[in-house]
Design a protein around this ligand. Structure first.
Ligand code: ATP
Length: 135
C-alpha cells in the first residue's frame, strides 16, 4: 500500500514521524483527509486530533492548532504543542480543564482573560478526548 511521510513538530522538537496510509484532521475550513500523492497545500488547523492510519491501525496525536503543510509528498504538522495519545497525562488535562472552567465562571472578575481561558479549556478537552480515542 502507498504511504506518505508525516512529521508532527513543535518548538520543543519532533513529536511523531512515520510513513502512513492516510492523515486526517480538522482544518479551520473543515475535515481534511490526506492520501499519498496529495497536491501541495497549507491549511491552518483547529485544536484537535490528528489521526494517522497505518497497517490497519489508527494512531492519534492531540495538537493545539497550528498548520498542516503538504509538500513533495510529505506532510508536516507544525503546532505549538502536540502529544501522542499514549503520552497524554489525563489527570493533568482534567485539572487544566477544571482551572479553565473556574476562570470562565468568574464572570465579574476584570482579571480574567476569557480568550486565554477558553483556549486552555479547548486544549484540555481535546487532550482528554484524544486520550479516550485510543481505547
Ligand atoms: P497545563 O495548564 O496543564 O500546562 P496547557 O494547555 O497550558 O496545560 P500547553 O501550554 O499547551 O499546556 O503545553 C505545555 C507543554 O506541556 C507542551 O509540551 C505540552 O505538550 C505539554 N502538555 C500539556 N498538557 C499535557 C498533558 N495533559 N499531557 C501531556 N503533556 C502535556
Amino acid at each position: 500500500m502507498k504511504t506518505i511521510k508525516v512529521s508532527v513538530v513543535t518548538p520543543d522538537g519532533p513529536v511523531y514521524e512515520s510513513d502512513v496510509e492516510m492523515v486526517s484532521t480538522k482544518a479551520k475550513t473543515g475535515e481534511l483527509g490526506i492520501l499519498p500523492g496529495h497536491v501541495p497545500l497549507v491549511a491552518p488547523l483547529e485544536i484537535g486530533t490528528v489521526r494517522l492510519k497505518k497497517d490497519g491501525k489508527t494512531e492519534f496525536v492531540a495538537v493545539s492548532g497550528g498548520f498542516l503543510e503538504v509538500r513533495s509528498s510529505e506532510v508536516t504538522v507544525l503546532a505549538q504543542s502536540a502529544e501522542k495519545s499514549e503520552e497524554i497525562d489525563v489527570e493533568r488535562a482534567l485539572k487544566a480543564k477544571e482551572r479553565a472552567e473556574q476562570r470562565l465562571n468568574e464572570q465579574k472578575s476584570e482579571h480574567v482573560d476569557f480568550k486565554r481561558a477558553e483556549l486552555a479549556l479547548r486544549r484540555a478537552v481535546n487532550r482528554i478526548n484524544t486520550a479516550e480515542e485510543r481505547k
